[in-house]
Structures are given as structure tokens and as C-alpha cells.
Design a protein around this ligand. Structure first.
Ligand code: ADP
Ligand code: TRP
Length: 321
């Protein structure tokens, strides 16, 4: 089995990215051949600042390694180290119906947010299909907002196979962990850098604490019992907590005499306790950029070999060999 996911280097990664996309694949690494990449070409649809792209690319790689991605078990690489991806994307694009792309929510959402419609933004799902199909991925862990793109990938792969009478492409499945499908942000909407409601994975702890303290709660008085299931602080606490910790917190809410201020403090503490070791590892790696570069090069070498194999088969199928 092959497992693959990509994350765009288009800003600082936040708790939503970690629980929605990074942790699921880190938990799975080694259960199959695992590929994780920094989706630079996708980020270029919205990031037009070379230094920002370079910086964010380094940051995404560091974040993955800091959070426990193990290069011995998973292949970590930069998308732009696999230039052949574009040839595959073209072979897919000639069988991709316009209507399929026109229906993509992510494209429509981006236009609604005022991002200028470009060909790259429109063709984004075809490039994503090339990413997924190049490595013959079976399973693609993503947050719920990316599910449609994986379904589009299946449609494109099936269309290619059918058009050229081949079975070059394996059809991938999206993997959405329902418990973390949509991580709420500080305002209760989906946590997203586009909504300015994120808590960064490796932000300065003081900043994280200040953000947690600002989370809006209702006005139930301190003494009264509170409903954990409608509280944003609890929703974030549950991401970090094990079963016992969660049950204790639930009882604190239900019992009364436990204020939102207490819950926020507990949320900050559990974040520090669970992510503190990641922060240390990140600092160590950031001080050794040559080690990170070596990991990325080695990852690209393996990934590229897999992609070249698929591309050769696709070229054969269309008559370009
Ligand atoms: P953003 O919305 O901040 O721009 P991206 O779209 O770059 O985040 O998402 C990168 C990955 O992280 C995707 O797989 C996405 O589904 C996942 N993800 C992002 N935000 C959340 C969230 N709030 N809850 C769950 N998963 C998320
Ligand atoms: N579109 C994804 C996102 O915004 C990033 C991505 C690019 C991706 N290629 C991929 C995710 C392939 C999974 C598989 O988060």
C-alpha cells in the first residue's frame, strides 16, 4: 500500500493542518510506503513572493520532521524536485472535462475570497491528480476540504484508463479522520489561514497563550455546570487529550465551579506538554539545515524513481514512447 499527502508552503502551519493532515500520515508512516511532499507548485497559485516561498518550503519540511516524520519510514521531498510531474499533468489534462474542474468548491471559494482566477488556480486539481497518481497512491490522508480533489483524481484516472484502454493508474481513496475532519479556529469557523483565526504549530508560546485566552466563550458563570460539547476550548483540548484526560475535563465542565479561564489554562498546558518536545526537535533541525537538505534530496530521489516509472507507462499508453 502507498500513502501520500502534500501540504502547500503558503504560510505558517497551524493546529488544523497538524491534526487534519500531518498527524494522520505521521501515525500511518511505515504501515505502507509513505510519501510526503511540500506542494510548492500549488502554493505558486497564490504566493508570488520568491523569498516567502523559499522560507515556507523550509518551514513545512522542518515542521514535518519536528512533528515526528521519520525519514527512515517515509519519503519527504519537495514537489519541485520532480519536474516530470508537469508532463504527467498534461497527459491527464487532455482527458479532464472542463465541467469537472468548474465544479470544484476550492476553486469557487478562492474566487469568492477575491483571488484572481488564473489558469493555474483552475488547473490546480489536475496537478494534484498528477501528484497522487505519479506515485500510484492508494490512500491520501487530507482534511475534509480536500476530499473533492481526491474524488476528481479518481475520475481523471478512470477517464484516462478508459480512454487509452489501459490500467496505468490505480484509483486512490481519500482518508479523512472524522474526529478531526474540521478543526475549529479561534472564532469557531474552520481554522484556516484565510480566516485569520489560526493558532500556529510553532508560534511563540506567549502568542499561543494570548490567542487561547482570547477564544470567545459563553457567559455561563464560574459556579454553573457547562456544556463541553458546545465549547470551542473543549473542542481544541480534545485534540491533544488522551481518553482519561478528556474524561477528566468533561467532568470538570459538567460539575460546575470550573471556569473557562481554567479550561483555557489547561489547554495551553496540554499544548505545551504535547508539542514541547517537537519544538525542541525543530530548533535542533533548524540549526542543521544540511541534514534537512540531505533528507529532502534522498526523498526526492526515491519519489522521482516511482514517478518516472508511472510516467513511462503513461507515455506508452498515449503513444509517446
Ligand atoms: P488553510 O485552510 O489554512 O489554507 P490548507 O488548505 O493549506 O490550509 O490545508 C492543508 C491541509 O491541512 C489540507 O489537507 C487540509 O485539509 C488540512 N486542514 C487545514 N485546515 C484544517 C482544519 N481546520 N481542520 C482539518 N484539516 C485542516
Ligand atoms: N491541495 C492540497 C492542500 O491545499 C495540497 C496538495 C497538493 C495535496 N497535492 C496534493 C494533498 C496531493 C494531497 C495529495 O492542502
Amino acid at each position: 500500500m502507498r500513502i501520500l499527502t502534500g501540504i502547500q508552503p503558503s504560510g505558517k502551519l497551524h493546529w488544523g493542518n497538524y491534526f487534519g493532515a500531518m498527524k494522520p500520515i505521521i501515525d500511518l508512516q511505515g504501515k505502507g510506503e509513505t510519501f510526503v511532499f511540500v506542494a510548492q507548485y500549488h502554493a505558486l497559485t497564490t504566493v508570488h513572493d520568491a523569498e516567502a516561498l523559499r522560507q515556507a518550503t523550509r518551514d513545512v519540511a522542518l515542521d514535518f520532521l519536528a512533528c515526528g516524520l521519520d525519514p527512515a519510514k517515509a519519503c519527504l521531498f519537495r514537489q519541485a524536485d520532480i519536474p516530470e510531474l508537469h508532463e504527467l499533468a498534461w497527459l491527464l489534462s487532455v482527458v479532464t472535462p472542463m465541467g469537472l474542474l468548474e465544479r470544484c468548491h476550492s476553486y469557487k471559494d478562492k474566487l469568492a475570497r477575491g483571488i484572481a482566477a488564473s489558469h493555474g488556480l483552475f488547473a490546480y486539481p489536475v496537478l494534484m491528480a498528477a501528484d497522487i497518481l505519479a506515485y500510484q497512491s492508494d490512500l491520501v490522508p487530507v482534511g475534509r476540504d480536500q476530499k473533492q480533489h481526491v474524488e476528481v483524481t479518481r475520475d481523471i484516472a478512470a477517464k484516462f484508463n478508459q480512454t487509452f484502454g489501459t490500467d496505468v493508474f490505480r484509483l486512490p481513496e481519500p482518508m479523512i479522520s472524522e474526529s478531526v475532519a474540521v478543526i475549529p479556529g479561534l472564532d469557531g469557523q474552520k481554522m484556516s489561514k484565510s480566516y485569520n483565526n489560526t493558532i500556529g504549530l510553532f508560534d511563540d508560546p506567549k502568542e499561543v497563550k494570548a490567542k487561547i485566552m482570547r477564544i470567545a466563550t459563553d457567559s455561563t458563570p464560574l459556579e454553573a455546570p457547562k456544556n463541553p460539547d458546545t465549547c470551542r476550548v473543549f473542542a481544541l483540548y480534545r485534540l491533544f487529550a488522551d481518553e482519561e484526560e478528556l474524561e477528566t475535563m468533561r467532568q470538570n465542565y459538567l460539575r460546575g465551579g470550573y471556569g473557562y479561564g481554567h479550561a483555557k489554562k489547561a489547554l495551553f498546558e496540554i499544548y505545551q506538554r504535547k508539542l514541547g518536545p517537537f519544538r525542541e526537535r525543530r530548533e535542533h533541525l533548524a540549526a542543521h539545515p544540511e541534514q534537512v537538505e540531505e533528507i529532502l534530496r534522498e526523498g526526492a530521489r526515491k519519489a522521482r524513481a516511482a514517478a518516472l516509472e508511472t510516467l513511462a507507462a503513461a507515455r506508452r499508453a498515449v503513444g509517446l514512447d
